[in-house]
Design a binder for this molecule. Structure first.
Ligand SMILES: C[S@@+](CC[C@H](N)C(=O)[O-])C[C@H]1O[C@@H](n2cnc3c(N)ncnc32)[C@H](O)[C@@H]1O
Ligand SMILES: O=S(=O)(c1ccc2c(c1)CN[C@@H](CF)C2)N1CCSCC1
Length: 273
């Protein structure tokens, strides 16, 4: 069924996601060896470092940060929650929105213990790792909504979800390329989320390079549009973004653990023209 996605377009992608398993996805990607805070060449310090620098180097500001396609993860807003007074998380699937609500309501029984991520970002901020409880409280205080989103719609969010001027900043990680059957759909989706930003607002985009599939759960093989750096830059230009910075991380061989065929990860900081 998922293999058919490429022929049937975005409609079939939605069918692929019906089997998405948040707990499995977290296990595949956010536990060792991929999430190993002790390794110097680990993807986690690199990615959290990119986000920390991007949020704190002085040009990103405002009231509202929106995360597009949050999934069941929170690492992507751990730096941003100190800069913005309001954060909106979004996802296509109710199972992921439920997982986020569970953590935010501190109900226990979450799919992943985010403490190491909170502690790492505290260190990046020059704080004691033990201040992770304050950071968790901050995040719980600023997240105002967990909303449905569909990046294939010209209006990805419900009417009235955002202030009329738009969001001050968007962050989106491993979403657009993972929900689009081809490059044209990826670029259209990028244009749709561009419309959620205020003029001169910032986009922090993290994604997979050279990835053609990933497992969203046991036996749930989801097609991904394989991207290279040039295609990412061209899509940004085509959709009205000015590129500020592109950074690339090449996955070490032992992090290629069979849950996908990703070869690298890109980090983009861009500004709406
Ligand atoms: C690979 S996961 C990324 C999750 C998370 N952002 C991360 O960094 O790991 C892709 C996410 O896109 C969501 N998604 C699927 N179809 C979508 C759509 N049409 N619009 C927006 N998000 C979608 C899925 O539910 C899933 O949570
Ligand atoms: O870069 S990761 O290894 C990672 C994290 C998530 C994903 C991939 C890779 C590749 N497949 C994507 C499918 F959409 C999801 N990483 C996992 C540890 S924390 C930082 C991000």
């Amino acid at each position: 069924m998922c293999e058919k996605a490429k022929e049937d377009g975005v409609a079939a992608m939605a069918a692929c996601y019906q089997g998405f398993d948040p707990a499995a996805y977290l296990q595949y990607n956010y536990t060792p060896p991929r999430a190993d805070f002790e390794r110097q060449d680990s993807i986690v310090p690199w990615k959290l470092g990119c986000l920390h620098r991007a949020f704190t180097e002085g040009d990103v500001s405002g009231e509202l940060l929106v995360d597009i396609g949050s999934g069941p993860t929170l690492y992507q807003v751990l730096s941003g929650c100190e800069v913005f007074n309001r954060v909106i998380l979004t996802d296509f699937l109710e199972v992921n929105r439920q997982e986020l609500r569970r953590w935010l309501r501190d109900e226990g029984d979450c799919g992943l213990d985010w403490t190491p991520y909170l502690q790492h970002v505290c260190k990046l901020e020059g704080r004691q790792p033990s201040e992770w409880t304050e950071k968790a409280a901050r995040l719980r205080a600023v997240v105002s909504d967990i909303l449905p989103v569909d990046v294939h719609r010209p209006q990805p969010l419900a009417p009235g979800a955002l202030p009329s001027v738009g969001a001050d900043c968007l962050v989106s990680c491993f979403c657009l390329e993972s929900v689009s059957p081809d490059l044209a759909a990826f670029t259209r989706a990028l244009g749709h989320i561009q419309g959620l930003l205020r003029p001169s607002g910032h986009l922090l985009l993290i994604g997979a390079l050279g990835e053609s599939y990933y497992f969203g759960g046991p036996g749930v093989k989801i097609p991904v549009v394989p991207l290279n750096e040039a295609e990412v830059c061209a899509s940004l230009k085509e959709t009205g973004f000015t590129l500020i910075r592109l950074e690339v991380y090449t996955l070490p061989q032992d992090m290629r653990v069979g849950v996908d065929d990703v070869s690298g990860v890109f980090f983009v900081k861009a500004k709406k023209e």
